[in-house]
Design a protein around this ligand. Structure first.
Ligand code: AMP
Length: 456
């Protein structure tokens, strides 16, 4: 079954709801580049436009202006594992239920979807997609002779794992967050409209003001009655994904009103305290580690330099002249600034090492540009376990942190002069001090999975 690591948007009562959703999707494009879609309701019918690729590839002005007509909208940017980009899995998903048309978009991953699908199929359900999100529709459909809300509550009480959902039904836009609160979902307001978004950077682009996060275990229903909150599960210990704060979310987003950029900078400062280096310059691995590298430079007193420049305009490359250009993949994406690097001892700061491919390539490029030494510093603990709650990660056998286990062995393989990671205690301290976060999901670092995984 496919896994979706995505971003979601909702717009209630926007005179140009599709435009607002479109703007919101642009802001959360980093959460998924394989597909995008918007569903719009005029209070009666739902119109849907979706496709594979980035927001810019999927929508044109005519579609947004003339085809997606209605004041209520939800949107989705999709990021799935390899082979999962098929058109039928692109969201929002849309269905005709006994209570009317419904559209849904999902960020996260359901851990019991395969079991539920099997049970539903035994009772006659015919699945149209291979996306885990579709079970929500079937659970709603089979809870017969009840209202939209009763069906939704019934469905979200059956599903497990990570889910930040937005749904569209007639003139209602609904947001749901799983009881662990793995993935973010926030509520904002723009004049007489309400919006929902995976991250606050989308509110900024939509011109909306942040009101609050949707709480774990909460359903918010936005309708003519305003914003009405329902609890479908009791509050419990937070399992917000700490990797959202380390890497996945945009640094200009806020987490509980705190700047993610500042959180990352504090991780970099802590890293410098725990793992100093003798070096001439600190450089970032653009762009996700920019803030951590700044923090490392702040605390170490070593000057921060722009030693690697990232090309943002690559798209899908179809030529790989591996014979003629060594390290083509690295070179097309990153270029070292020789003038900055040559003859210098460098601290390269990155937020994580997953397969090890990026770091190995960057280190090689830096050495070829004349770096005397390359010391790698990572602003999170060793990434040694796959995520089953909505971040796209490879299986155990491809995780260098799982295969080699220790910084020394990993560093040898990456050909660093030294490699150090932030400690678990250091991460905890920074999360408490800067994000007021005392409890979170760190399964990718510890293997402690807060919700059991039942994939078959
Ligand atoms: P890797 O080359 O597999 O070691 O990937 C690590 C690099 O990709 C780091 O520079 C991270 O900033 C970034 N990264 C971390 N997690 C992910 C992810 N789930 N998907 C894509 N890139 C990631």
């Amino acid at each position: 079954m496919l896994q979706d690591k995505c971003g979601v948007i909702g717009v209630w009562n926007g005179p140009d709801a599709a435009h607002l959703a479109y703007a919101g999707l642009y802001a959360i494009q980093h959460r998924g580049q394989e597909g995008a879609g918007i569903a719009v309701s005029d209070g009666d019918h739902i119109r849907l436009h979706k496709g594979q690729g980035k927001v810019v590839d999927v929508f044109d002005a005519d579609t947004v202006k003339n085809k997606l007509i209605g004041n209520y909208a939800i949107g989705h940017t999709r990021y799935s594992t390899a082979g999962g980009g098929a058109m039928r899995n692109v969201q929002p998903l849309h269905a005709h239920l006994a209570v009317g048309e419904v559209a849904i978009a999902h960020n996260g991953q359901l851990t019991n979807a395969a079991t539920l699908q099997q049970q539903l199929e035994e009772h006659g359900a015919i699945f149209q997609t291979s996306s885990d999100t579709e079970v929500v529709f079937h659970l709603m459909a089979t809870h017969a002779r009840t209202s939209f809300m009763d069906r939704l509550v019934h469905a979200v009480q059956q599903i497990q794992g990570a889910f930040s959902l937005v749904l569209l039904h007639r003139d209602q836009v609904v947001g749901v967050r799983d009881p662990n609160g793995f993935r973010p979902l926030c509520l904002g307001r723009k004049e007489d409209s309400y919006v929902l978004a995976s991250e606050t950077c989308a509110l900024d682009l939509m011109g909306a003001r942040f009101i609050r996060d949707v709480e774990p275990g909460e359903i918010v229903v936005i309708s003519r009655n305003g914003v009405v909150s329902h609890r479908f599960a009791p509050p419990q210990r937070s399992h917000f994904c700490v990797f959202e704060l380390i890497y996945f979310s945009r640094p200009d987003s806020l987490f509980q009103d705190r700047s993610i950029l500042e959180i990352r900078r504090a991780l970099g400062r802590k890293l410098a305290e725990e793992c100093p280096a003798q070096a001439d310059i600190v450089i970032n691995a653009p762009d996700s580690s920019n803030a951590a590298a700044l923090g490392y430079a702040d605390a170490s007193g070593i000057p921060y330099e722009l030693g690697l420049i990232r090309n943002h305009y690559i798209g899908r490359t179809f030529i790989e002249p591996s014979q003629s250009i060594r390290d083509w993949r690295a070179r097309i994406k990153y270029n070292p600034v020789r003038h900055v690097i040559e003859g210098r001892s460098v601290v390269l700061v990155d937020d994580s090492i997953v397969r090890g491919t990026t770091s190995r390539r960057l280190i090689r490029l830096l050495r070829e540009a004349g770096a005397r030494e390359v010391h790698l510093r990572i602003s999170s603990p060793i990434f040694a376990h796959p995520c089953y709650y909505g971040i796209d990660t490879p299986d155990y056998d491809q995780l260098i942190g799982h295969r080699l286990r220790t910084p020394d062995r990993i560093g040898d393989q990456l050909e660093t002069d030294s490699l150090h990671y932030l400690s678990h205690d250091g991460l905890r301290e920074v999360m408490q001090a800067t994000a007021n976060l005392t409890s979170y999901c760190d399964a990718c670092f510890t293997g402690n999975y807060p919700v059991p995984i039942k994939f078959s």
